[in-house]
Design a protein around this ligand. Structure first.
Ligand code: SF4
Ligand code: SF4
Length: 372
């Protein structure tokens, strides 16, 4: 297959894909909304981990259960569940992260019935002495819950195979990021976004094979490192708006790094393969850079972003937040202050309901990039 065909094969209609996968594999599909959900464990059970990204439809029924000032990811996902668009899901895994996801879990349990439902109560402080033991116990409980509800048990080898596959996927994604840093025009932002999204929806074995071929193509093509435009790091939570990439590219810049939980935070780090696999899987989540819904030192996120800007030789940072996202909103002032102290320019943009106010983003983006 040609490179373009491979990339096109990853541009999915996620709901139709999951429905088809379930039918063809007679398998279970388990939804999740946050990159703290241990996908490896779900996959080890032979179930498809499926990340919810909000809805494409108008939000109506969800508003009877959630305040209008919840983020569109939470409101949109509930809307899809209440209207039956997520009926292919056999269950949901809700990690204890931001308040909105925690409250959504309660509402989901009561209103979306007859499905497997697991709260994964992660420690809030990931840098304490007991965090690791606590997380291991939490993941062991999740395994028992999944065993009871999915009617099958898993062995250490099955966990090891799943961890191995995820290590390979994350390593390939990381290679793509490194290639993009060195050759910002090599992979356009929308294609890159489609690849990362498919990693959260597709059969992971199929995805890994396609991804490996894509990495091979891009590695061969990566010869010209000249790029005169401005280099941007994106920072925020879930990014589900592919239209931002063409807008940034049209303004003469390129995204060279993504400190977001549908990017960097999703594939950072690898799982150790020797020893107890639950402990190894938990260790990766402890060591991974935290999102603002967790705590790991007072300045960790600010320092991480500064380091990312330095590593990628970025000229500036665009903060991209979903409207009403409290964790990112509360973290923003201190992170911005740290960037200011380092002389790193930044701009912030809020998105609502998946739709980018394209004109507004374009104008703000052009002005920001021009001033870099
Ligand atoms: S920002 Fe944190 S809590 Fe929110 S979806 Fe991402 S990992 Fe989960
Ligand atoms: S972290 Fe923010 S964007 Fe993610 S679910 Fe929570 S409130 Fe929504």
């Amino acid at each position: 297959m040609q490179l373009s065909e491979l990339i096109d094969s990853l541009k999915l209609d996620p709901l139709a894909y999951a429905t088809g996968w379930k039918k063809n594999h007679s398998g279970k599909v388990v939804g999740y909304m946050c990159s703290y959900a241990p996908e490896e464990i779900i996959w080890a059970f032979g179930a498809l981990p499926f990340r919810l990204m909000g809805t494409k439809s108008v939000i109506d029924r969800a508003d009877a259960h959630l305040q209008a000032y919840c983020c569109s990811l939470v409101r949109g996902s509930l809307e899809d569940a209440l209207t039956g668009r997520l009926d292919f899901l056999d269950g949901m895994v809700f990690p204890h992260t931001c308040d909105s996801i925690q409250r959504l879990s309660d509402i989901w349990r009561i209103n979306v019935k007859n499905r497997f439902h697991a709260d994964v109560v992660l420690p809030a402080k990931l840098d304490s002495d007991s965090a690791s033991d606590y997380l291991v116990a939490t993941f062991r409980k999740l395994i028992t819950d999944l065993e009871n509800r999915l009617g099958r048990s898993i062995t250490e080898k099955m966990l090891g195979d799943a961890a191995d596959l995820y290590n390979e996927i994350r390593s390939h994604l990381n290679t793509l990021y490194v290639l993009r840093q060195a050759h910002p025009r090599l992979i356009n932002g929308s294609d890159f976004h489609a690849i990362v999204q498919a990693s959260m929806w597709m059969d992971r074995n199929d995805f890994c094979k396609i991804l490996s071929d894509i990495v091979g193509f891009f590695t061969e093509q990566a010869t010209d490192a000249s790029f005169q435009g401005k280099r941007i790091v994106l920072s925020g939570g879930v990014c589900n708006v592919p239209d931002i990439y063409p807008a940034i590219e049209a303004a003469g810049a390129a995204v060279v790094g993504e400190d977001v939980c549908t990017g960097d935070r999703f594939f950072q780090g690898s799982i150790r393969m020797q020893g107890d696999m639950v402990e190894n899987i938990a260790r990766r989540y402890i060591d991974r850079i935290v999102c603002p819904a967790k705590h790991h030192g007072l300045f960790t996120r600010g320092n991480h972003l500064i380091q990312k800007v330095r590593e990628t030789r970025a000229d500036g940072v665009i903060f991209l937040f979903l409207k009403f996202c409290d964790p990112h909103g509360f973290d923003y002032p201190y992170v911005k202050e740290m960037l200011d102290q380092e002389g790193i320019p930044s701009m912030v943009f809020e998105i609502e309901d998946r739709s980018l106010s394209e004109g507004q983003f374009k104008t703000r983006c052009e002005a920001f990039i021009e001033m870099l």
